[in-house]
Design a protein around this ligand. Structure first.
Ligand code: SF4
Ligand code: SF4
Length: 79
């Protein structure tokens, strides 16, 4: 059950700096999480000042699809 970023993201980079598996990718207007890389540690959820990250059980279908599709094509965010 990977974490998912929604469109409240302001690209502050805080989540990417603490993710142990570098699961964040830059989708232009926001960061997204690669569901195949995320190990569901949950650390990024508490780290986000915007409350933009949730477990996919609480995310919209649109956000889940957007994260998966963009993560597959957009560059990883190096901390
Ligand atoms: S839940 Fe953990 S592994 Fe998954 S994106 Fe957030 S910090 Fe990275
Ligand atoms: S911590 Fe939140 S606002 Fe900052 S880049 Fe990550 S998802 Fe976006």
């Amino acid at each position: 059950m990977p974490s998912v970023i929604n469109d409240s993201c302001v690209k502050c980079g805080a989540c990417a700096s603490i993710c142990p598996v570098s699961a964040m990718h830059d989708a232009g207007s926001q960061l997204v999480i690669d569901p195949d890389t995320c190990i569901d540690c949950g650390a990024c959820i508490a780290e986000c000042p915007q409350g933009a990250i949730s477990n996919d059980s609480e995310a919209t279908a649109e956000a889940i699809k957007f994260n998966a599709e963009k993560a597959a094509t957009c560059p990883s965010v190096a901390d």
